[in-house]
Design a protein around this ligand. Sequence first.
Ligand SMILES: [Zn+2]
Length: 112
Amino acid sequence: MTFWDHLKPAKRAPVATEVKVAEDQKTLVLTWNDGAVTRITGQKLRGQCPCAECVEEWSGRRTFDPSSIDSQMKIIEVAPVGNYALCFTFGDAHRIGIYHWTYLRELSAPAP
Ligand SMILES: [Zn+2]
């Protein structure tokens, strides 16, 4: 690692170019600007909700156990937040979390 390696441009931030919810409403399928396709289950999305109700702001601690989320959790609605994030309405009517692209990319696994 040389000094010059630190000056390389930062990796381009991930942005989804296509957002789809599978027909059974239990999986979110994202196509990214680098060509990757990834999926996240409704259960995982709901369990990792980053909103102030689900995560204590001062400690960063989650207010519930993500494994307590229903494995059949549905994604009822997806709404864009500006061009940097998505907001979901879940089967339990929770809908205040804002998921930035970077966070969604971290949560999602490559589609098989
Ligand atoms: Zn939440």
